[in-house]
Ligand binder design. Structure first.
Ligand code: ADP
Ligand code: MG
Ligand code: MG
Ligand code: MG
Length: 399
């Protein structure tokens, strides 16, 4: 018998008092629901001074932005909490701290990051965090290396893969990234003016073959414990600080998926900036985004190679040069997955504010077309884009 019930603000305060691990739990008096995501309830818990002290997040048994007609597993709260706990072990400086979780209530209590801002909003308004890209590269290298076969004992790795089976959340990704935009589907969401571009996606055999290969890797390559949803809305930043949150899509998948999601969201921002800031004002932000992508990849690859040299436990995988061969495949995957992110965020169910909030209709259409064309090019050209500099050159070539 499950004890699940949807929390009221009052429940959230009581829960935080009991499980928040604070020295002065009685000072917690009030909760405000601040969830702006698509899926869950997020309560900020305030003390008598009106200071937000801790966060209570609860999964709902359905997709919040759609309603009860789309039921969704509560097990995602366990997967989110356990993924973040695992990532925190390997990269505490860039992972939100989970204080407590309860699988039956599908609830977790976590560190309050109100001193930080969601990176997406900052990227849109042109506030630059010069360390964010390298810190994200560091987070990805530490979490993905330490949950891979380079580092885990083979028995431990297999036990972990089983613990992080996440079929329902994976199915959402499988559908939204790799199916919906390439077929007629009621979940798709794009302006009628884009019908020619979207019809062209459905008719492009070369593109659909490459997308099939990416989906196949998402299904079958249990390389490391991914965050699974590491877009700029799942990342908090402050001066010199970066923290990942919201890992309910965590599962063992291809390393390039996390790297590609991160790169894809920087590229979505790149595509939207002219609509947000004006064409002239956007230029320097766009240069920063491309520099961010190079920095993210270089930090990730250098740190991963260093970890592989210092800490690989498997004798065969430790062979000099193997880690860099592996990273070539990760790079090609990442470019392809970044392309699918550009397309699904333009055509599919779930959009990004970087483009969606553009007021001028013609400008918004032009940014959406740009994202679709760039996404297509990346998916098809991925095997031939063999360095971060080459990626930058290709992106500039597409506008
Ligand atoms: P969802 O899974 O529904 O997308 P998120 O974990 O992304 O939920 O949280 C939604 C919003 O709640 C975030 O954009 C942020 O505004 C707020 N939030 C989430 N976690 C925290 C936290 N640890 N500290 C402060 N605010 C948070
Ligand atoms: Mg979220
Ligand atoms: Mg899967
Ligand atoms: Mg989420």
């Amino acid at each position: 018998m499950s004890h699940y019930r949807t929390f009221t603000a009052h429940d959230a305060v009581a829960y935080a008092q009991q499980f928040g691990g604070l020295a002065d739990p009685a000072s917690l008096v009030e909760a405000q629901e601040v969830g702006d995501g698509n899926l869950n309830l997020v309560f900020k818990i305030f003390d008598t001074q009106g200071v937000s002290r801790i966060i209570v997040k609860q999964a709902l048994p359905y997709v919040r932005c759609v309603g009860e007609s789309w039921p969704l597993t509560l097990d995602r709260a366990r997967l989110e909490a356990q993924t973040l706990v695992e990532h925190y072990k390997h990269c505490p400086q860039h992972t939100v701290k989970i204080q407590h979780y309860d699988a039956e209530l599908a609830v977790m209590v976590m560190e309050d990051l109100s001193s930080h801002r969601i990176w997406r909003g900052e990227l849109i308004s042109g506030v630059y965090y010069p360390q964010a890209a390298s810190q994200l590269g560091e987070y990805l290298a530490q979490t993905l290396f330490h949950t891979s076969d380079f580092y885990l004992h083979p028995h431990e790795k297999k036990a972990q893969v089983a613990r992080f089976i996440n079929p329902e959340m994976c199915e959402i990704t499988e559908d939204l990234f790799f199916n919906d935009p390439y077929q007629i589907h009621e979940r798709n969401n794009y302006p009628a003016e884009l019908e020619p571009e979207v019809a062209a996606l459905r008719d492009d055999a070369q593109l659909k073959t490459a997308v099939a290969a990416l989906k196949h890797r998402f299904f079958s390559h249990a390389e490391a414990l991914l965050h699974g949803d590491i877009h700029s809305g799942s990342i908090f930043v402050a001066d010199g600080s970066l923290k990942a949150i919201d890992a309910e899509f965590g599962y063992f998948g291809p390393v390039g998926f996390d790297v590609g999601t991160a790169i894809g969201n920087l590229l979505l921002n790149y595509c939207g900036l002219p609509g947000q800031l004006g064409i002239r004002e956007a230029a320097s932000g766009r240069d920063q985004r491309l520099a961010d992508i190079v920095e993210l990849w270089n930090t990730f690859a250098e740190r991963f190679q260093w970890l592989a040299r210092e800490k690989t436990r498997d004798a065969a995988l430790a062979f000099p040069g193997y880690a860099s061969e592996f990273l070539k495949k990760v790079w090609a995957d990442a470019i392809g997955f970044a392309g699918t992110e550009l397309i699904r965020r333009s055509v599919g169910l779930s959009h990004v504010a970087d483009i969606d909030t553009i007021q001028d209709k013609e400008m918004k259409l032009s940014c959406l077309r740009h994202a679709i064309e760039l996404g297509k090019a990346l998916i098809v050209l991925a095997p031939r884009i063999d360095s971060a500099d080459e990626l930058v050159a290709r992106v500039r070539q597409y506008g």
